[in-house]
Design a protein around this ligand. Sequence first.
Ligand code: SAH
Length: 349
Amino acid sequence: MDNILDLSLEELKQWMKDNGESEFRAKQVFHWIYKNNQWDFEKMDNLPKGTKEKLIKCFEIDIPQIIEVYKSENDDTHKFLYEYKDGNIIETVVMKYKHGNSICVSTQVGCRMGCKFCASTVEGMVRNLSSGEIIAQILKAQEKIGERISNIVLMGSGEPLDNYENVIKFLSLVNAEYCLNIGQRHITLSTCGIVPKIKELADKDYQITLAISLHAANDELRKTMMPIANKYSINEIIEACKYYISKTNRRITFEYALVKDVNDSAQSAEELVKLLKGILCHVNLIPVNKVRENNFEKSPTNNIKNFSNILIKKGIETTIRREMGSDINAACGQLRRSYLKSKNYLRGV
Ligand code: SAH
């Protein structure tokens, strides 16, 4: 059975037409789902009985179950562990800020990019999530916190540009007025740097923020951290970013996870300055989260400050990411892994 959350309004209108129903019913159905959190066709009161029956026969509204909730003691971060109907488990993080609620969604179950410091990728990729499955993470989280979510970051498990078609559909749906109506400027897509897809995304002329997981300023070092660096060089990434900027006029975010004695020296900072000079960008320094599966250690606070100061002095706008939810394993993929381990679903406990 098809998941109705995977459909655009146009597609549901077409379905209505093909099934002898009025097109305007499509908008009513989506209003129930997206504006009223009503996920039972039976209870959509303004639909005729016959329409409901056809919908029930053809579609499901596939909302994952929340199987665990973790609330950070330090800040207003909630982490939800979701289970889809095929038993796959993913994680989503909601961060409550004064200016609105932000959600970090997963785009794949697992990941096949193999970054050495990341927990999502340890067991490889299981499958892509459909656009509707990604949207459902937001719907369910909104219901759970009882508030609207106004910002999305695609920074959970998975590589969004490795699930390109579904992610593009997701972006167009969440932005649509009839769906979640979240402005493109409130959406950030983070990628490890799949160059051809960055260019394709640029051609869409969306106003979303592109974040690049750079983590090193030279290819040699980057290759030791991220296998994707063997496929695309930093120069190719920078060139794709310049193209993205030329098409969208949007400032790029470069993410740089600071790892003790690996990429956190003053020399690395100078190298990064050279690389990014003159590019419309912003650097987000991330004190790396310790993951059980590897030996990457967080940089000492002093190194983080020095690194940041060098960038700022040389005119590169820089922020240090607040470590929200670090007490609840809020780094990419950590929670899913520890949950699966606790249930003995994973090898090598
Ligand atoms: N695949 C995409 C998006 C998911 S990862 C990407 O690579 O950008 C989201 C961000 O978290 C990336 O910048 C990633 O490099 C970073 N990350 C992963 N594991 C981390 C860890 N242990 N500590 C800090 N950041 C981590």
